[in-house]
Design a protein around this ligand. Structure first.
Ligand SMILES: Cc1cc2nc3c(=O)[nH]c(=O)nc-3n(C[C@H](O)[C@H](O)[C@H](O)COP(=O)(O)OP(=O)(O)OC[C@H]3O[C@@H](n4cnc5c(N)ncnc54)[C@H](O)[C@@H]3O)c2cc1C
Length: 365
């Protein structure tokens, strides 16, 4: 079996793994990143927060993100409507004094909206230029944590070929159902399912509705559906969390294409608008924090360490911030600028952040 060595192996090329790789490369560590599939095909679930924009700005990615993102109206504003093109029931958002603070508190642009897939594409284009190696179609099969190294057995998904990677450290950014976490015997003891819902990603030309809303985020409540309607690009790309409808089963249930389109028409409020459905997923929005974020030389980051439903848009952002916290510390230790004891600060700092984001969501539910 072929064997080679890298300073850091990052498992998972979702937004957290890619961002972690990017931060490591920025601080002079050449990581290897692997993913069992091509994560660029995943739908744009999450959007970046102001703090995440600041972190990307600090590694020189702001111009590239500005090119792909869009200005989505005033941030943290929500509109409640009978339907996307229907009557407005309520508007809510930050009081003007806080909005003014948002405008001046950061060097990053608080209006800029960048979606998960755009972040992933920008990082993917940049990472190899900074010395990172990325391999898709490559799955972590086994991991052995030693005192001096981590030994990972990985396999090419298409051909079945296997090889071994020896790394000084491994970052498990392999998502909510983390296989690394399971292999290390780390559990998520208090996982609580908040709701079961269906999320649709689709194309529809609704005209300049976001201008009328003054935001990209609309909540819809009528007698046929309770859902969100989120603009992904200010034009024709949308997602909708379909949270409730008459007769919705308790258990997790897939929706047929026809039923999804029927519900989306109820969300939009116009049955004549053509809908091109990209994807619809049934999923459980849950809270949960792993019993440990670390086992020796292996660290969990992102959804593998904590999940916090999708409300509030904190999942991806908290995860990218884990990666930032971990990357500069790993770089400092690998370059000999700090003792490995520095790495002990990762878990308490990021556990506090995960707890805070879960608490925020619980208080708002
Ligand atoms: C519908 C929905 C809407 C959301 N909206 C928001 C939002 O608005 N804002 C927000 O911040 N968050 C949001 N989230 C949460 C956000 O999508 C996740 O927090 C984020 O994707 C987590 O990123 P990650 O990189 O940790 O994991 P993932 O994106 O799940 O990536 C994990 C990667 O690991 C790979 N992998 C898994 N196992 C292996 C293995 N053994 N070997 C190799 N590769 C492996 C997978 O293929 C995958 O590509 C939402 C989530 C959902 C479901």
């Amino acid at each position: 079996m072929r064997t080679f060595s890298v300073p850091v192996l990052v498992v998972g090329c979702g937004p957290v793994g890619l961002a972690t790789g990017m931060f490591l490369a920025h601080w002079g560590v050449r990581p290897m990143l692997i993913d069992k599939r091509d994560p660029m095909s995943a739908p744009p679930r999450a959007g970046v927060s102001l703090r995440t924009l600041e972190l990307f700005r600090s590694v020189g990615l702001e111009p590239a993100l500005r090119e792909v993102g869009w200005e989505g109206g005033r941030p943290m504003q929500t509109i409640l409507k009978e339907a996307g093109v229907g009557a407005t029931l309520r508007r809510s958002g930050l009081p003007p004094r806080y909005t003014r603070r948002l405008e001046t508190c950061s060097p990053a642009d608080h209006r800029l909206l960048v979606m998960q897939d755009q972040v992933q594409r920008v990082v993917m284009a940049e990472l190899p230029r900074r010395g990172g190696q990325v391999r898709f179609d490559t799955r972590l099969l086994d991991v052995e944590v030693g005192d001096e190294h981590v030994r990972a057995r990985v396999g090419h998904v298409s051909t079945g070929e296997q090889w071994e990677i020896t790394a000084d450290y491994l970052v498990a950014a392999d998502g909510a159902n983390s296989e690394v976490r399971e292999r290390l015997g780390i559990t998520v003891p208090d996982r609580e399912v908040l709701t079961r819902l269906n999320t649709a990603f689709f194309r529809a030309d609704l005209g300049p509705v976001t201008e009328e809303w003054g935001t990209h985020f609309c909540l819809v409540h009528n007698d046929r559906v309770y859902a969100t309607l989120l603009s992904k690009n200010g034009r024709d790309q949308w997602s909708s969390h379909i949270m409730d409808y008459p007769g919705k089963p308790e258990e997790l249930t897939e929706l047929s294409t026809d039923r999804t389109i029927e519900l989306l028409h109820a969300v939009i409020g116009d049955t004549t608008i053509p809908i091109e459905l990209h994807e619809v997923n049934a999923w459980e929005a849950a809270y949960g924090i792993a019993s440990s974020f670390r086992k020796g030389r292996v660290f969990l980051a992102g959804d593998s360490a904590h999940v916090q439903s999708s409300a509030g848009g904190l999942g991806m952002n908290t995860g990218i911030q884990d990666g930032h916290n971990l990357a500069w510390k790993l770089a400092a230790v690998l370059h000999g600028h700090a003792s490995p004891a520095l790495l002990n600060t990762y878990e308490p700092e990021r556990r506090a952040a995960a707890r805070a984001s879960v608490a925020l969501l619980r208080s708002g539910r």
